[in-house]
Design a protein. Structure first.
Length: 681
């Protein structure tokens, strides 16, 4: 999609832009078109949206190209970066003649948006040369045909210059001189230098060009990374006292030691006082209760300010730099909602939903009421002012070193807003990434990804059985989804404590971590996971709900991060395995394998020679065993061959073949993560 800057377009706020069918490939000239271009890929919804790729990896383009009759066809790939000049041109190669499949690839050298198209035409010279060769090989007179070839070369010379024009003129003259001698003329016409010059310079009178398609090239963190969610105010040692950002830096080394790449912070903005919530979402807060960080805004400022209890912008900048020194990147929550005390409520009351009596409506999800939060009205008459303010807020935090935003509930805002905002931000900052916290209907989740969100939360949190996981991962890894949807498998969040973690104890925490970390290249945990919270502290689960009791959203927590029973070393091992094995750094190339026990999930990932076989016991309460089948095309070993597999969690080595015995005791380890290693000799 073309760059869109400045204010949003005058479309009705919240409306979805039309999705016209892709127009047919069009002729580049007024000549009668003979060539047909079909099924150009990658393409998403007929070119309505750009596909996603990773910078540094060439974008492979394929197309079905053919024409009527028997004449030869030539094709090129034309590509450009956004803001670039005339597109560059690369020759396409006929990959599969029987299927008329043509292929080429262009470089995605840096993050940003790219555009490409395919152009094809009748190759008059190649067509003539093929027919001329048949005549000469049959011993037939070919003087007239040689003259035709010379005329084609002369015509191409008029489009060349310098030495190349001189070479073509000489080739045409030489072809005429040898016209009476068929074999000699054929040798001259077939000279590789001549055919290369003709491919480059001959006219394309019936050229057909496919409409441009888009590609977004993101930096590698868009695809691969381990996230850790942390409330800065809960990193201290004194109960009831919020830690500052400077004090929270003491946790950075511990988080990095566990192997995490991204440190995600809930909103760090001032928290409102009006209708502030107390512990466990109580309607009345005490004097010292800190409130929810998602109730943004107070007399200290709004979305472009820092909660005073955390510190200042100098402290935030210091925190970002300290995190970077520990190889951690900061992701910041972008929650588009306000407390009643937010400055916007006074300055722009028209940005909110108003009752007939003029008061502002608070957020509701009947029967739940959220008096501490005012939702914003994206259909306000000052829509452009509101949208521009959202853009300005992001620019503030980008200026303070934030390049990843986790967006709170994006499915409750207009899709047109996100399409404009993300395109405008990434036009200026192509390295900025957006994670959609969209636990909503599949169609909306897919659309948000198409509109530009880099990653998305998923239903993984609620998928536990072998059938559920197999079905869901098969959906996420099908070819069409791989072009735009990048999952981030959070195992828990401050809002979601899955029942399996409540009842499954420490083995369940290890099991779910392995599943998330090996099924998706991006995954995340909410702090306290390493302590197996709710397993070691049963009262941390609200019975019959998916919420944490004594939730950190409403109070300050103090933890012993080295408490007995923690799984920090296990997490570090899993993250090290991910970093060392390219097969686990991509979403595609996932294959579920057969076992004869429904409690053992078995799957393979492969990238080049790196093959990882993962077996997970889905029952955290008891040991299970099974026969696990590994087809030879998965292991890369002959059908009757044997090979080593090394368990990357324990360093144990086994000799495997097609049929293998697996036993997993969750009280020991709930999973094998096995790397295929050929037997020496």
């Amino acid at each position: 999609m073309a760059k869109r800057t400045g204010a949003p377009t005058p479309r009705t706020a919240g409306s979805t832009p039309p999705r016209p069918a892709a127009p047919p490939a069009r002729p580049a000239t007024d000549a009668c078109p003979h060539v047909v271009i079909e099924d150009v890929r990658p393409s998403l919804d007929g070119g309505r949206y750009p596909v996603k790729r990773v910078a540094g990896v060439p974008c492979v383009v394929q197309a079905t190209i053919f024409r009527d009759g028997h004449a030869a066809v030539q094709a090129v790939l034309k590509w450009r970066a956004r803001g670039g000049e005339a597109p560059a041109e690369l020759p396409m190669r006929l990959e599969n003649p029987g299927l008329d499949l043509w292929t080429a690839e262009f470089p995605l050298e840096s993050p940003g948006r790219y555009f490409f198209s395919v152009e094809a035409w009748t190759d008059a010279y190649a067509s003539w040369l093929a027919d001329f060769r048949k005549r000469v090989d049959a011993g037939q007179p070919a003087r007239s045909e040689a003259e035709e070839g010379a005329a084609l070369v002369e015509g191409a010379a008029t489009f060349a210059s310098g030495a190349e024009r001189t070479a073509l003129e000489a080739a045409a003259a030489g072809l005429r001189e040898r016209a009476a001698d068929g074999p000699a003329a054929l040798k001259a016409a077939s000279d590789p230098g001549v055919t290369a010059l003709m491919a480059r310079h001959q006219p394309r009178p019936d050229a057909v060009r496919h409409p441009e398609l888009g590609v977004i090239a993101d930096r590698p963190r868009a695809v691969f990374g381990a996230w850790y969610e942390m409330f800065p105010r809960s990193q201290g040692t004194t109960p009831g006292r919020a830690s500052t950002l400077r004090e929270a830096e003491r946790r950075l080394q511990d988080i990095r030691n566990m192997g995490f790449d991204v440190l995600y912070l809930p909103p760090v903005h001032p928290i409102g006082r009006t209708h502030r919530k107390g512990p466990n979402n109580a309607l009345a807060a005490g004097t010292d209760d800190p409130g929810s960080p998602w109730a943004v805004g107070s007399e200290s400022g709004g979305h472009d300010a820092i909660e005073p209890a955390l510190g200042t912008f100098d402290d935030f900048d210091h925190f970002v730099e300290a995190a970077r020194a520990h190889s951690l990147e900061i992701a910041l929550d972008f929650a588009i909602q306000c407390s009643p005390d937010h400055p916007w409520v006074r300055e722009h009351p028209e940005w909110f939903y108003q009752r007939p009596d003029g008061t502002i409506k608070y957020a509701e999800n009947p029967p739940k009421k959220y008096e501490d939060i005012y939702p914003l009205n994206f259909d306000t008459r000052d829509r452009q002012g509101l949208w521009r303010e959202m853009r300005r807020v992001l620019e503030v935090w980008i200026g303070h070193g934030v390049r990843i935003f986790r967006v709170d509930n994006p499915h409750t805002k207009p899709t047109a807003f996100w399409e404009w905002l993300i395109a405008d931000v990434t036009a200026s900052h192509p390295d900025v990434l957006f994670l959609a916290e969209a636990f909503t209907r599949p169609a909306m989740m897919r659309t948000l990804a198409k509109l530009g969100f880099t990653q998305s939360y998923t239903y993984f949190t609620w998928r536990h059985t072998k059938e559920e996981l197999t079905e869901y991962l098969t959906e996420l890894t099908r070819p069409g989804m791989l072009d735009f949807f990048r999952p981030n498998f959070f195992v828990n969040t401050p809002d979601i404590l899955p029942p399996i973690l409540v009842s499954g104890g420490r083995p369940a925490f290890k099991q779910r971590l392995v599943l998330a970390a090996t099924l998706s290249p991006s995954y995340g945990v909410y702090s306290g996971y390493e302590l197996c919270e709710s397993a070691s502290i049963p009262h941390h689960a609200i019975p019959g709900d998916v919420e944490y009791a004594d939730s950190e959203k409403y109070e300050i927590r103090v933890r012993d991060w080295d408490a007995p029973g923690h799984i920090k070393d296990f997490i570090a091992r899993v993250n090290a395995v991910r970093r060392d094995n390219p097969a686990l750094q991509q979403l595609g190339d996932l294959r579920f394998l057969k076992t004869d026990n429904e409690n053992i999930l078995f799957y393979a990932r492969r990238r080049g020679d790196n093959v990882i076989l993962t077996a997970v016991n889905l029952d955290p309460h008891q040991a299970h065993h099974a026969t696990a089948w590994v087809p030879p095309d998965v292991s890369g070993v002959a059908p009757d061959g044997r090979y080593h597999v090394r368990d990357l969690l324990t360093d144990a080595t086994y000799v495997w073949g097609v049929q293998n015995y697996v036993r997993l005791d969750p009280q020991v380890e709930p999973a094998h993560v096995l790397r295929v290693e050929k037997i020496p000799g």
